[in-house]
Design a protein around this ligand. Structure first.
Ligand SMILES: O=C(O)CCC(=O)C(=O)O
Ligand SMILES: [Fe+2]
Length: 205
């Protein structure tokens, strides 16, 4: 979709001119050379862009001033080893919209949508893993998919005290979500239902 837009004729793109359609230059198309002042030597910028405001569809469902289940969690895996039973975290998709996941140790795997095989996501120094969750899958009508992921031992390695830190960005509580079977959910009800199923093995109904 992005390439299709930028491949359009100039005249077509200029219908969305950022200086014409939105206030404060926060909405629309910025053509090559529009911000000449930044270069200063008469050269044109070799870049064009399209901007959407923080008031767009998704932002309106994630207002920091409204209640949500957005939270930060730190988790400890005392021992990840091929020899230990129950090590790690079972496969799941995250409930919310985006998860920003920090972890310096190995063990995270994602199911590849292409090969349908589990692949290790190697940690990179100074980098976070960004996971798409169910809510963004629903809100984007599956343009974004939520990856199945899990934590398992790494072959030939014993990892003691694997810490991870996850910031779960989730929609406001009353955001309406439409699942793939066309059921309507309030975001909070989807959250409660999912956690009930996570906990069902350990809690009384
Ligand atoms: O510990 C990790 O690397 C993953 C944690 C996770 O997927 C989760 O808490 O939802
Ligand atoms: Fe997760």
């Amino acid at each position: 979709m992005v390439e299709e837009f930028f491949d359009l004729e100039n005249a077509e793109k200029m219908k969305y001119d950022v200086d014409e359609i939105g206030p404060w230059k926060l909405n629309g198309y910025t053509p090559f050379g529009r911000n000449k002042g930044l270069v200063g030597d008469g050269k044109k910028h070799g870049v064009e862009g399209y901007t959407v405001t923080a008031e767009d569809f998704l932002a309106l469902k994630h207002r920091p001033s409204l209640a949500s289940t957005t939270c930060l969690t730190i988790q400890r895996y005392p021992l990840l080893s091929e020899k230990s039973a129950n090590a790690g975290l079972a496969s799941h998709t995250d409930v919310g919209s985006l998860t920003i996941l920090f972890c310096g140790e190995r063990g995270l795997q994602a199911l590849s949508p292409d090969t349908k095989e589990w692949q290790y996501v190697e940690p990179k120094k100074g980098c976070a893993v960004i996971n798409v969750g169910d809510s963004l899958r629903f809100l984007s009508n599956k343009t974004f998919r939520s990856a199945l992921h899990r934590v398992v031992p790494y072959p030939g390695m014993t990892i003691k005290n694997r810490f991870s830190c996850a910031y779960f960005i989730r929609p406001n509580l009353d955001t309406e979500l439409l699942d793939e079977d066309w059921n309507r959910w309030k975001s909070i009800d989807w959250h409660v239902r999912k956690y009930k199923s996570y906990r069902s093995a350990t809690t009384k109904a």
